[in-house]
Design a protein around this ligand. Structure first.
Ligand SMILES: C[S@@+](CC[C@H](N)C(=O)[O-])C[C@H]1O[C@@H](n2cnc3c(N)ncnc32)[C@H](O)[C@@H]1O
Length: 456
């Protein structure tokens, strides 16, 4: 028997998936909008919807492959809402042990009616009941003769990504990259030591356990605490008082490449929502020496809120294209956390697997080159341009920097080893670049960073 909340949660998940996959919207954004129009949802319901949507995005190709064997037409010919209902249903059956299979089928069938395709209810019912039997075997593509098809299905990735990484990487790194990018990522908090914890507590881990029942463990980076589940931010005094921000170790490591003194003038060129600016301020940059810029108004609003929460005041905030905004300005250090394909954070944003195309990587590389070139004039002689991206794709990383250095002989790479915590020095290459593939044993995001010093 179907319940109101049971089918509503599935209907919202189907809608979210449809918005993400047909309108190219981030899953976080799609869910936020849908949650806003359903204010009565409980935290538990929201978590359930999150899991169905993110899980379906993680395992989409594998589930589509299974269902395509059960349909008498191609999977791509289905109405997107029907296809997404089948995905949401199959995800519950295969990956959510705590959901009884009967409920997964009946609630999803009810949900199909709610999302406006009642005629498809019997098809969805028939397919999901077959899926729930788990008794049919479909031969997989052959790993040796059809490696792209095999890996794409088995690990659920777009074929072009599999083909690209299969060509470029060692087999070990390739397989690790695919399998680890399907794991649900943990989150890391960065302690903001300028803000004392509530109730005279001195240890954030103890505080979170006592007040939020959140378990955590300290990581090698100073002030980095890895947590098992996110605290309820609106109920967490320590969050409201700005005692921590959520920031993966890889993001912290790349920000640590900017070793600025208190008196250095620093530009955070692509700053919103402000995580790395806060890192820089926490590590000693004076707020009045910090200028931040971003061209996305909405993201700048979040940056302002984040700055206010942690108590970062007196910083110059610029809105617009950073190259235009900074014409004629000179800084000792410029951090360029450039817009990128975000291939290093697929595990956090699994929709990237289906929304990115190879030309996105090329387009990002063109924009990154423009930003690097434009900002190269704003670095003081003797100063540094620190380039980082949450990607490990050659065009956005090694090749990008090689062509920058060819065009800009006034710059040279600086060895970043003494700026990187001992534990993570293994990610510094012989070419003096910080290169972190996602799917690494430390379970941190994929990132690339390099320090470029201006000599003349
Ligand atoms: C990787 S995100 C930055 C994340 C941020 N540094 C942090 O740690 O929170 C890249 C940002 O660059 C901004 N951006 C992209 N192109 C820009 C441009 N030409 N000028 C200014 N900002 C830009 C985007 O709006 C986006 O907020």
């Amino acid at each position: 028997m179907s319940t109101r909340t049971g089918s509503l949660t599935r209907a919202i998940a189907i809608d979210a998936l449809t918005h993400v996959l047909t309108r190219n919207i981030h899953s976080d954004v799609a869910l936020e909008k849908l949650f806003a129009s359903h204010p009565n949802l409980r935290t538990l319901d929201k978590a359930f919807i999150y899991e169905m949507v993110f899980g379906s995005l993680r395992w989409l190709a594998k589930m589509d492959w299974i269902m395509s064997h059960m349909l008498d037409r191609s999977f791509s010919s289905l109405d997107p809402r029907v296809a997404n209902a089948l995905r949401i249903g199959t995800y519950q059956i295969y990956y959510m042990d705590r959901v009884p299979e009967r409920a997964a089928v009946s609630e999803t069938v009810e949900a199909v009616k709610q999302v406006g395709v009642p005629n498809a209810a019997s098809l969805v019912n028939a397919i999901l009941r077959r899926v729930a039997k788990k008794s049919e075997y479909f031969p997989k593509p052959d790993k040796v003769t059809q490696p792209v098809e095999y890996y794409s299905m088995h690990h659920s990735f777009s074929q072009w990504m599999v083909e690209r990484w299969h060509k470029q990487l060692s087999l070990e790194r390739f397989e690790y990259l695919l399998s680890n990018n399907n794991r649900i990522p943990k989150n890391t908090l960065k302690l903001i030591t300028k803000n004392p914890l509530p109730d005279n507590e001195y240890d954030l881990a103890t505080y979170l356990l006592k007040t939020q029942s959140v378990e955590s463990s300290w990581q090698p980076l100073p002030g980095a605490l890895r947590i098992e589940s996110l605290p309820k931010f609106n109920e967490c005094e320590a969050f409201k008082k700005g005692c921590y921000i959520v920031q993966d170790e890889a993001a912290q490591l790349s920000a640590s490449l900017v070793q600025a003194s208190q008196s250095d003038t620093v530009l955070d060129a692509c700053a919103a929502p402000g995580g790395k600016s806060i890192y820089l301020w926490e590590s000693g940059v004076a707020s009045e020496n910090l200028t931040v810029c971003d061209f996305a108004q909405k993201r700048l609003k979040i940056l302002r809120e984040n700055f206010e929460r942690v108590g970062l005041q007196g910083t110059t905030i610029l809105h617009g294209d950073v190259v235009e905004q900074c014409q004629g300005k000179v800084f000792q250090k410029i951090l360029l956390d450039a817009p990128c394909s975000a291939m290093g954070v697929i595990r956090r944003h699994p929709e990237i697997k289906w929304l990115r195309t190879p030309s996105d990587i090329q387009n990002c590389a063109i924009e990154q080159a423009r930003l690097l070139d434009g900002l190269s004039k704003n670095v003081a002689i003797g100063g540094e341009l620190i380039y980082i991206v949450c990607s490990f794709e050659l065009e956005e990383t090694i090749h990008q920097i090689n062509s920058f250095l060819e065009k800009h002989p006034e710059y040279e790479k600086v060895c970043p080893l003494d700026r990187i915590h001992d534990f993570y020095k293994k990610y510094v290459t012989r070419e003096n670049e910080l290169l972190i593939y996602s799917g690494n044993p430390d379970d941190i995001d994929g990132f690339f960073g390099v320090v470029l010093k201006r000599n003349s």
